[in-house]
Every structure is written in structure tokens, then in C-alpha cells.
Design a protein around this ligand. Sequence first.
Ligand code: FES
Length: 917
Amino acid sequence: MKLVVNGETRDVEPRAGQCLRTLLRESSHVEVKKGCDSGDCGACTVLVEGSPVHSCLYPALRAADREITTVAGLGTPEALSPVQQRFVDAAGFQCGFCTAGMVVTASAFDDDQRADLGEHLKGNLCRCTGYRAIREAITGGDLEPLPTSGKVGERVGAPAGRRVVTGAERYTLDHVPGGPDEVPGDVLHVAVLRSPHAHARITRIDPAAAEALEGVHLVLTHENVPQTLFSTGRHENRLDDPDDTLILDPVLRHVGQRVAVAVAEDLATAEEALRRIVVEYEELPAVFDPALAREPGAPLVHGDKDAATSRIGDPQRNVVAELHGGVGDVDLALARADVTVSGTWQTQRVSHVALETHAAVSWLDEDGRLVVRASTQVPFLVRDELARVLGLEPDRVRVFAARVGGGFGGKQELLVEDLVGLATLRTGRAVQYETTRGDTLSAMPTRHPFRVSVRLGATQDGTLTALALEVLSNAGAYGNHSPGVMFHGCHETVATYRCENKRVDAQAVYTNTVPSGAFRGYGLGQVVFGLESAMDDLARELGMDPYELRRRNVVVPGDPFVVTSYPSDGSEADDGLRYGSYGLDQCLDLVEEGMGRDGEPAPEGPQWRTGSGMALSMIATTPPRGHFADTSVRLLADGTWELNVGTAEFGNGTSTVHQQIAVSALGTTADRLRLRQSDTDVTRHDTGAFGSAGSVVAGKALLSACEQVADQVRTLAADLLGVGVRQVELGPTAASGAGRSVTLPELHAEGLRRNGAAPEAHGDEDAALRSVAFNVQGFRVAVDVDSGEVRILRSVHAVDAGTVLNPVQLRGQVEGGVAQAIGSSLFEEVRVGPDGRSPTVSLREYYVPRIDDLPDTEVRYADTYDTIGPLGAKSMSEAPYNPVAPALANAIRDAIGVRLFELPMSADRVWRATPHP
Ligand code: FES
């Protein structure tokens, strides 16, 4: 058939039943993205004869002789269409994986459609932005063009903006023959057979029929893969998590666990091969409830493991890790308190829903080294563990990331790279694996469900005298991130309040359910939900304003950070925490003042009740237990600067901030910077992009490198110009002083002549000290007591982020974090049935918020300067998530007079909780 795409015609032969999306991508139109396979996300939207369609649902044959337009046909990075230009000017994307589909859909809108985006953009999902910037791009008035270069503190757009909005920016699997991201040779494809049982032992597995199928190159089972235990969770210190996972394990511990893997010429053949593998199972008793899992006699999920060598807390009790301790005497304090409150709160499994699913492609380079391009937040940590598991020296493995289509913590794991790497080593061929949305939802790590019991006591004047937490975290079948999430979740939450009597008892427990893992907030959001809900109840019991109760009890500089013990040296420090700055008081004022202003009017009708609520949270500005970045900056022969930074860009905006830091420190402009990033062959070690470390850790390291190399260049220039070093000023093309100047290429040559090397400096940062940052969220809601619907009338969020490095970007991160948290507070849940099986296998069942589900959030900034962070800045990518659920719960409590203890606070749950006559 004739396929006409963006005005070009080619002859193609679609396969039977093929959809237009796969045909387009196989025809090199990789600007068309895949976020699902069920028409839910809109990332694959193209125009057919001018009308937007989800190309994953559109039969390829129907496209014959019809005019297809992709985002690349609307404009180019050099000549943007008006819609594309508005997405750039409004900063209407973060990771950008949804953007191609968004732009295509918006390009076909008329005025009526633009006026009703809730209806007409509901088929396009964005997980990063919270939609405010997208709405502004499509419907806003005049937009102030966003500069592409600027210093720290200025509004600056993402360097890749023009490429993202035209589909030219390449993501993990956007490789095409002959293109710049070409993968050598024809690529083989991976399909994975997954366990139908929650707990079972494979008693027999026979891959012979699968191996005999034409086009199949390899079948992997537990009988022919390395049996090195590891953890999919990745950390700077690999010993942080228990070694409890195998590439393929004869024991299956959750529904959806890998059973076998087929590698074939195409995906359909690989999937057919899976159907021919014969597997016999012995079913084992399973446990799904973490409270039952720790009871004596419960089925043991990892009872075959040794505690010492696997670093599992207690495999004979299903305990991954636990924390017990406290200061003072909580029971006595509760007995003596004027007022006490208590409750038990439960959070649910949440999926990250990064629009780009887990994916990797690997091959052998000309030296026989294994090369892996992965959708990862942690290329260096993946490289090291991959080498260990596959029995290779680390220098025989290269891992790098192209632009990553969203992460939210979900890509701080090793989930696909081991399979493609092993398949490439066995076949010598390029191999790729892209997880389906269904597998990503139901078989890949989710946010840890927590049960949080809180007991608080206070005197009548509102002084907190007792704070006790019992936390039970459901690790699922594997311990990846479970110790860290449990410790971190308790740590800053408990340390937020000054209280003489504190007690923490926390356990992370194995069950035969889908594993939990790292997720934005890293446990804080779960514990904050319980504690801040209880604080609201305490304020009610005391008859005290909730802001006032917080002001009276939160830590202030000079107070020690206390979790389970006082700092041994009598200082305010605990586990590396310091007050590099403090803006919680300002955040409370900003939200209280902002909530006093008008929001959306309440809907009319006797069934609507309105209420307000607030909550706060504290977070360490660098991830717990060590984070390292080693950067370098070099002056090139043409007078431009090469920046080498290990951190990946996945919508967190670190490449924009790094560019601003370099512009400020080197006196240059963004177009004269060459940023090389997230590649283990190109840059030195970087722990990775999580915990907002891209700005605070890598940014600080880069600032150091820039300042050092600038000093070198100024010294060279001072010698040539005959002036003092302090009088030399660096500009984009030259250094000048006393009315004279010398060009940067000349200074590069001078460096070579004198030192045998171009000016170059390394900056490394080992984040041993951690400042603290704060967030306060306020909501006003209306609740329909007849249906349980919750409408947000006003949302105000204040952040204590220190120096605002980029106001556009910071606002986007806060809006996105609040939006994601509203989704998980009100709708989102990966459900697990009584047999351990998840019915949540598509976005239709999961329900990511659409554009009309979210309010605009007013974002306000405390005015602080941090003495620990780079240029006074603190991290603020994941923290906005944390106070949202309790602030909403407190507002709902205010509206209907009933406390909700369980997430999500879905309409049916709210309705059931509401007293009805
Ligand atoms: Fe929309 Fe990432 S920018 S999904």
C-alpha cells in the first residue's frame, strides 16, 4: 500500500492486524511515541486527513493513500509551527514524551475546541506537568517568549525545547537505520513469560518447542542464566538493599514474575515462542497481607535465604528491615497529656506511569564491549550491577541514556537491562526490550503501601508531648528500596516536630505481591499522610488553628533533629542533617495568606459541603546514605565549553539548570556550551538523577568545575593581557581587561602551549551534609455528599527551595508534583486481588488524572538562601508530593465532618464514609 506521511510517499506492506503506530515507527517515524497500547494516553496521536487519531488504535491498512501528519510534519526545530512555538514559550512539557501527541492534537483545534480542553484534550495524558503549562500553551493569551540562555535565577527554557516539540529529540528506542542513534545490525526483540501464580516452584521447564520456532534466537530460563543474587533497586552503596533477586528464579514469589524469556527476530515471534514453552509448577502457600506475613507460621517469601549473606533483616519472619527506638517515655507522656489523638492510616500501591515504559537496547561495539542504551535515572549504578550480575569487568560495559520519558523513581531500578545485556552476549546481536503498559502497571515496582499508626499527646496550650509511630510497609515480593523507603519515610517526618517523647517502630515486610520500589518522596508521603492527618485531629481536639499548632511545634534552627535518639554530640545534627537555611515559617504564612483569597466558587446545590485543610512536610535536600557526582568542564579549541555531567535528563530539568550554572560562572551563553551527559563512557561517576540530586549534588559539582576552569582561563588571560587576574572578565568569545581582550580559542592554544593541555577542571561533590527543605500545601474543597465527588476549589503550595534557580522550571516541578499527588490521593491505585493477581492492566483501569481533573495550583516561594546547596539552592522535585494527601484529607474532614483513613479517597470511599440520613 502507499503510505503518505508528512507529504512523502512510500510503499509499505503492513502485517495482518498491524496498527498505524507500529507501522509508522518501523518506517523511521519515531517521533510517534508509545505510552500504552490501548488508546488511553495519546502519545501516538497523528493526523489522518487533518483529524487527530490515536495511531495505536488505527488499523495500518486504513491509512492507505491517506495523508498522515506527524508532529515532525508540522514544523522543524528551525521553523516551528505556531502551536509548537507556544509549547516552547509556555514551557509546556517536562520529559516531553507526551508532547508530540499533545502538539498534534492541539494543532487541529478550532476556537470552540480550545475553549473546552476538558473534553477535547482528555485523550492526551501528561504525567509531568499538571497541565497548567499545557493549557497556557493552547489557550493562553500572549506569551512572553522563553529565552534559551540565561543565568541562575532567570526564566530559561529547556535546551532541547525546539527538538522536543517537533519530535526530533530522541528517546531510548528512537533508533532508526542510518540515523544518528543507529543501532548496529537488525535488532532482536524480547518477550517475557510471567508467572500465573503468587508463589510457586518451577518443577519442569522445557523450551525445546520454542527454540525450534523459526526466527527464535534464544530462550532463557533459570536453567541457563547466571545465578547471582542482586537487587533491582540501585544505590550508591549496593549493600543498601538485600540481594534477593535472580535474573530468572526457579521460585516465583509474585504473579507476573519472570518465568522465561524469548528473543526473536520480531516481537510477534518472541510472543509465539512463549506460548510453546512447557512449564510445570508446584504451587506454594502464599501470603498477601503484611500484617499476616509477620505472624508466626506465615508462609515464608524468602525462607530459603541466609540473613547474613543476603542482608535480609529476618527471612524467617518475612522482615526485610526494621527500625525501633525513641527518646523519653511515650506511654507516660500520653498518660499525662491533656489531649491525645490516635489513628491508623493506610496508603495504596501507586504506579509511576512514566509515559515511556521501561526500555533498553543493547549491542556489542567493535571491541566486543557490551553497550546498553537504557531508560534509566542511574546509568552508572546500572553499569556496575549489570557487570557484576553478568560476570563482566565494569570497563567492559557501557550504559548510557538518551532523553528519558519520565522516571519519578521508577527508573532507579535495574528491570530490563539484564535481559537485553545477556541476550546480546549470547547472540552477538543487538537486542531490545520494551515493557508493555500492562506489565509495567501490574508486575513492575510500585509505591510502597504503608500502614501508619499514630499516637499524639499534647498539653492544653498545644505543646506536643508525645509522638509515636508504628509503620508497616508492604515490600511485596522483593526488598528493592524497602529499607531506605522505610527509614527515610520515618526519618524527616518524625524529625519535623519538637517533642520530648518520641517512639518509632517500623517494619518493611515481604508478601507474595508485586514488588514495591522507589517513588517520588521515597516513603515520606506515606508517613506524612498519617502524621499530618493526626496533627489536624489534634488541632480540632484542642480547638486550635491548625497553622498555629504547627508553628508552636515544628523544629526551628537550633533545635536538634531527633528521630529515635538525640545527636550524640549535643548539636542539632542528625544523620548529616543541618539547617543550611530555614523557610518553614514563611511557607506557613504564605499558604495561610494565599488560602484566604478567593478560589473557584463552590458549586451550587444542597448536596455540596465545603472545607479547608493544610499539611506540611520536611525533606532532606539530598538523598539518604550518600550521593556522588564528578563533573568536568573543558575549554575547546573553537572557544566553546564542554560540560561533562553524569546526570540523566528525564524532565527534571537538570540540563537546563546545569546550563544556567555554566552561563553564570563562565560568562558565556548557552549556545556555546556542549553538554555531554548520562554516559558511563563519557563522564565520570554520578550516582544518578533521583532525590532531586541533579541540581543540588551534580549542580554543585558542576559549579565547582566551572569556577576552577574560569580561574585557569582568567590567569592565562591576565598573563597575556598584562593585567591582574581580578580585572579579567570572561565573555562568550573572549576574556578582556583594561580595554584589551584575548579570544577564547587563543586562550585554549595558550593553555596547550604552556601546560600541554586545554584548560580543564573537575568538580566533585560527595553530599555528606544535607540541608532541609520544606513544603506546605493548602486546599479548599467542595464535597458532593450524594456522590462522594471531591472538587478542589483552591490549591496553594509554598516551597522553601532556597535560591530559585529557574522560576519557570521550579513552578513546573511543583505543579507536577502536586498534580501527581492529587491523582494518587483521589483516584489512582494498582489493585491486587485476593489471589495476588492485579486487575490493573491498562491506564483505563488505573486512571491517571486528565486535564480537567486538576486545579491550577498557586505556587509561592519562601525567600531563603541555603548555605549548603549550590548558589543557595535546595532540591524541590520530589518534595511537593508529600503534604498533598493529608492536606486534602484534612479539607475533606473539614467539609463532611468525617476523617478518611485510606487512600485513594475515591468518590465511593468518600460517599461510604459520609453519614447519610
Ligand atoms: Fe508530559 Fe512528561 S511532559 S508526560
